[in-house]
Design a protein around this ligand. Structure first.
Ligand code: UGA
Length: 397
């Protein structure tokens, strides 16, 4: 099939590259000429493991526009506007300019309830995306499930054929339920993270063993082992935005749990600064920071907890020296983890990059002026860090 993908962000580019791998003729469209030129040279406009290798597929092409396709897929962003509502400008542009060029119009962008049923096209499909940054290719090629919302039998058959090679259950439903299934999944994940963060904080205040508590939850198959890592709060371009979006579409008497998860996350991002302040006055201190991106294996800084944390540290009069293997931030000025440690009064771990697990803790301690290490992602064994001469504080540890 000839598939036109509109929008070359994470969802668009990864979906396009994966569908091309299955033999479809895929054209990726973006109005940003610089991005298209980069892609034509085989370079990805962002860091995502395994993506660049898939871009050299001859089935895959890149352009600013196209004439006709069997399927047009909308993969543009739906950011929050200043009032917390979903900004549908990019989606509406796609519908207006490109929907009529395809026999089928597939919405992959996360859109508010009721958006798809208003599209004037005989074959509209809502097919939400559940991929994570950092493992986007694997998530796309091996999805847990595929959700297809459509009210046309022809579209249902086409989607069944498109996803034939994927070994995953397909849930066919109506448009609004498919739209909601995306919000519900991200809202649940956000809630799970806020839940574990609050239990970590509670363990700390009561002197309970958080690692053992975590284990006792993870072995319960009804709860499951994933998304139970305590930390500095969830960030990224999706969980915070989608939580805000579902709340903005609801009545104030709906979703008490989600409102709590959102509030808990805002508080969690400040906890690490409070922890540091409990150890030292911050004015004039140099704080080394390892990790800026919102999660490992991405250079994405959107809604990264590090942004708020660094701002709070600066407001308290501290200076920062930061290192991240990829994070696209003005603060990412150190060449390696040890440079961030050099002469620092304290060290904060804000992203769990694999590289940080292997650093020489004794060397890090020797380079530092102070001895405080706050492990905002619980990546270290507290005993090992203490043995290297640090005053160790984790999240719940
Ligand atoms: C999230 C969802 O996991 C995807 O299913 C969804 O498709 C995507 O949003 C989207 O809507 O496009 P993503 O934002 O890439 O994916 O990253 P996650 O792995 O969900 O992590 C989000 C945040 O939660 C990160 O800041 C991460 O550090 C934090 N997190 C995650 C924790 O603090 N603890 C955990 O146990 C897991």
């Amino acid at each position: 099939m000839k598939i036109a993908i509109i929008g070359t962000g994470y969802v668009g580019l990864v979906t396009g590259a994966c569908l091309a791998k299955f033999g479809h003729e895929v054209i990726c469209i973006d109005r940003n000429e610089d991005k298209i030129n980069l892609l034509k040279k085989g370079e990805a406009p962002f860091f995502e493991p395994g993506l660049e290798e898939l871009l050299s597929n001859p089935n895959l092409s890149f352009d600013l526009d196209f004439d006709k396709a069997d399927i047009v897929m909308c993969c543009v962003g739906t950011p929050s506007d200043s009032g917390g509502n979903v900004d549908l400008k990019a989606v509406n542009d796609v519908i207006e300019k490109h929907a009529s060029k395809g026999e089928f119009f597939v919405m992959k962008s996360t859109v508010p309830l009721g958006t798809c049923s208003k599209i004037d096209h005989p074959n509209v499909v809502m097919n939400p995306e559940f991929l994570r940054q950092g493992s986007a290719i694997k998530d796309t090629l091996e999805p847990d499930r595929i959700v297809v919302g459509t009210e046309s039998a022809q579209s249902q058959q086409m989607m069944q054929n498109l996803y034939e090679p994927f070994d995953a259950p397909i849930i066919f439903t109506d448009l609004i339920t498919a739209e909601l299934s995306k919000y519900a999944a991200n809202a649940y994940l956000a809630t799970k993270i806020s839940f574990i963060n609050e239990f970590a904080n509670f363990c700390e205040s009561k002197g309970a063993d958080f690692r053992k508590l975590q284990q006792s939850l993870k072995y319960d198959t009804r709860i499951g082992p994933e998304f139970l890592e305590a930390g500095v709060g969830f960030g990224g371009s999706c969980l915070p935005k989608d939580l805000t979006a579902i709340l903005s579409q609801s009545d104030k008497n709906d979703f008490h749990v989600l409102r709590g998860a959102d509030k808990a996350n805002k508080i969690q991002k400040q906890k690490i600064v409070e922890k540091l302040k409990s150890q030292m006055a911050l004015k004039g201190r140099k704080i080394g920071i390892l990790g800026l991106s919102f999660k490992p294996n991405t250079d994405d800084m959107r809604d990264a907890p590090s942004i708020e944390i660094i701002n709070a540290l600066k407001e308290e009069g501290a200076n920062v020296a930061c290192y991240d293997p990829q994070g696209k931030s003005e603060h990412n000025t150190c060449q390696n983890p040890y440079e961030a440690c050099d002469d620092s009064d304290a060290l904060l771990i804000l992203t769990e990059w694999e590289e940080f697990r292997g650093i020489d803790l004794k060397k890090a301690r020797r380079l530092m002026k102070g001895d405080t290490l706050i492990d905002g992602r619980n990546i270290y064994d507290p005993d090992e860090v203490r043995a290297a001469g640090f005053n160790y504080l984790g999240i719940g540890l």
